[in-house]
Design a protein around this ligand. Structure first.
Ligand code: NAG
Ligand code: NAG
Ligand code: NAG
Ligand code: NAG
Ligand code: NAG
Ligand code: NAG
Length: 592
């Protein structure tokens, strides 16, 4: 009887039950229900410390230089392109160490990987590296580096980045040297810079000091950075947060601290997300940060225990004057999490996945491990069960793991996750080890190459399909899609997504922006208007989903927002940068 009721209920839920409040706005949303599935399929070739979807069918994976079995050009490989559908892997050949680098796409669709580490087995120091990867469909493209011409102004290990409103990339913070488990005044790089370099605010192509990065020592590596619709940046590190304007090089506003003493950046790594921006909420930005730790950032790292519980706190703040005055609102996840990934789903919900329930980010080596280290892992008690967070639900009923199978693969330090164009969530990596470590019974948390794919309930529904997406979509431009809808769909929305560049739980550029759209009466075509401004969605790649009112997405086809042109190139700023800095590949490496 109960099963029949449940089946009936599931059918009913396919019909939208969204309630309309007095103000005419949707106050809650009914999603298709049903079990999720989890499959383990394929391996990554190199360990997935960094993961980024680069086309409708493939992802680029970057690792540290270590003894991976995969080879390229007669030496070990630390980069690969993965076919998401067949799971075949093609080795890539970066020439510098990508260990703890960052990455962002720029306005012409080229992926820019910057920074890294000086340790080499083969190759060059990555500390000042800039690596370009332009996706191709014929598997011939590779990572291009030319440190004599293209490089960072200063060494960076653990910086973050963002694609800004002119299609360039801003690179923020990090340490001058690595590996270091905590940042400190002696190795801090409290500056930011641009790729391509800019002549701006008195800094001709060179790095620009940022006070916030001094104020947030010691735990400010991989700062949390979000491009905001008013063309400023939200930046959080350690317990602090601010609004920053790179155009004028000014800190606009210091925000209230993260509540209850929770630290949110490496090695106390939390997950973070800019909640979906929609016309209904007037594109009002709201940030959510989940997990982290309350461990002191001045405690000697080697006196910390891998069994210390992480934080279960999620903190949300609306970035308007009223929202900031109201401060952070706090919710509690079903379990504590450190090193978690927050993934925006096309149905506007957030998947909280991966990570550990105790300890901190990082790994040691014999004689330099924290208390209770597991092998060399600084964390233990993997968080195997994902949680879905529904921002539209009433407070108190937003978290749920109903119908979601738990994984059995630990995904802790150096693990990643991303949405894929078809709507599945791909999990990869985990490697709390100094070098490639075989999977065997003596090492509890080995180097993890196995891939997993979660299929939310929407994957097993009849799904919308569409054709006619232009190769580029300029701001405010109007285009028409031909669509086929499942019979029960009454209306659809159009969601533009950047899946982000995932590393260390920091998903650079991850974003969801709902577009204004109108469904024809015959429900066979959809008129869509491109994003209104470049601050709302910076020029560059995007995946477009047509989503039913029950939250069932189409396949997300790829386009480029803007014109696809290169971001501004200032030859004089580049010349000055090259004159004032030296080729980092010409020395400074050390071998293991
Ligand atoms: C940051 O601190 C360092 C070392 O104390 C100091 O040299 C530097 O001027 C400071 N930078 C900023 C932007 O405050
Ligand atoms: C297990 O892995 C360790 C570290 O890689 C290695 O030293 C050891 O020989 C391995 N043992 C077996 C049985 O493969
Ligand atoms: C996308 O997912 C659907 C299931 O909803 C499946 O039938 C289809 O083969 C998938 N397409 C690709 C390209 O993976
Ligand atoms: C359909 O959805 C779009 C986008 O969410 C919305 O703008 C429009 O008002 C809806 N139309 C109807 C008839 O509900
Ligand atoms: C994109 O722009 C950058 C900076 O100008 C340039 O280095 C890169 O080659 C461009 N990519 C393509 C595909 O033209
Ligand atoms: C290069 O740098 C040197 C030393 O800082 C300076 O004297 C010279 O004018 C610079 N040349 C150019 C072309 O910027």
């Amino acid at each position: 009887m109960y099963q029949i009721l449940r089946a009936l209920l599931t059918l009913l839920l396919l019909v939208p039950l969204a309630l309309t409040s007095d103000h005419g706005t949707v106050s809650s949303r009914a999603f298709v229900t049903g079990p999720w599935s989890l499959v383990q399929q394929g391996t990554t070739g190199v360990s997935a410390m960094q993961l980024v979807i680069v086309s409708e069918t493939s992802a680029v994976i970057l690792d540290k230089v270590e003894h991976n079995p995969l080879m390229v050009n007669g030496h070990i490989a630390w980069g690969a392109e993965l076919n998401i559908n067949t799971q075949s892997v093609r080795a890539l050949n970066p020439t510098s160490n990508t260990w703890c680098a960052t990455g962002s796409f720029i306005g012409n669709g080229t992926l820019v990987s910057t920074a890294g580490n000086p340790i080499v087995i083969t190759g060059a120091s990555g500390l000042q590296a800039v690596r370009l990867f332009t996706p191709c469909s014929d598997e011939t493209c590779d990572i291009l580096e030319d440190p004599t011409r293209i490089r960072l102004t200063s060494p960076r290990w653990y910086p973050s980045s963002a694609r800004i409103s002119d299609g360039s990339m801003i690179i923020i913070g990090g340490s001058m040297f690595g590996p270091v488990y905590l940042n400190s005044a002696s190795v801090n790089n409290p500056t930011y810079e641009f790729f391509p370099p800019k002549n701006i605010n008195g800094f001709n192509g060179l790095q620009i000091p940022m006070q916030f990065l001094n104020d947030t020592l010691n735990a400010n590596q991989f700062p949390i950075v979000k491009q905001l619709p008013d063309d400023t940046l939200f930046i959080a590190a350690n317990q602090q947060a601010m609004i920053f304007d790179w155009k004028t090089n000014t800190e606009v506003l210091r925000l209230p601290d993260i509540p209850n003493g929770v630290r949110v950046t490496s090695p106390f790594s939390a997950g973070s997300v800019l909640l979906p921006l929609t016309p209904e909420n007037n594109y009002t930005p709201e940030v959510m940060i989940c997990g982290g730790s309350t461990i002191s950032d001045t405690q000697d790292i080697f006196t910390i225990s891998a069994e210390t519980p992480a934080s279960a706190q999620c903190s949300r703040i609306v970035l308007t004057a009223e929202g900031i005055a109201a401060g952070w609102s706090v919710e509690t996840m079903p379990m504590a999490r450190i090193m978690t990934d927050l993934i925006i789903l096309p149905d506007d919900r957030i998947m909280i996945v991966n990570g550990a329930q105790t300890g901190i980010a990082g790994f040691g080596s014999p004689g330099a491990d924290i208390i209770d280290a597991v092998g060399n892992s600084f964390a233990d008690n993997p968080a195997f069960t994902p949680v879905i967070y529904d921002p539209s639900a009433a407070a108190g009923s937003r978290f749920s793991s109903d119908g979601i199978p738990a994984s059995t693969i630990a995904r802790m330090y150096h693990s990643t996750a991303t949405l894929t164009p078809n709507g599945t969530i791909m999990l990869a990596g985990s490697n709390p080890n100094t070098d490639f470590t075989e999977m065997n019974s003596t090492i509890k948390y080995p180097t993890e190459y196995r891939l997993e794919f979660y299929s939310p309930a929407y994957m097993s529904q009849a799904r919308p399909t569409y054709t006619g997406l232009p190769a580029t979509v300029d701001y405010g431009s109007v285009f028409r899609l031909s669509i086929t809808l499942p019979s029960e769909a009454k209306n659809v929305s159009v969601v533009l997504m950047d899946f982000g560049f995932a590393t260390h739980g920091v998903h650079m550029d991850q974003r969801s922006v709902k577009l204004v759209s109108e469904l024809a009466l015959d429900k066979k075509s959809l008129t869509v208007t491109g994003p209104p401004t470049s601050a709302l969605y910076s020029p560059g790649p995007a995946f477009l989903f047509v989503v039913t009112d029950g939250g069932v997405p189409s396949f997300g086809h790829r386009t480029i927002i803007g014109t696809g042109a290169s971001p501004p190139v200032d030859e004089a700023a580049i010349a000055n940068m090259l004159n004032e800095t030296s080729d980092p590949s010409a020395g400074s490496t050390w071998s293991t």
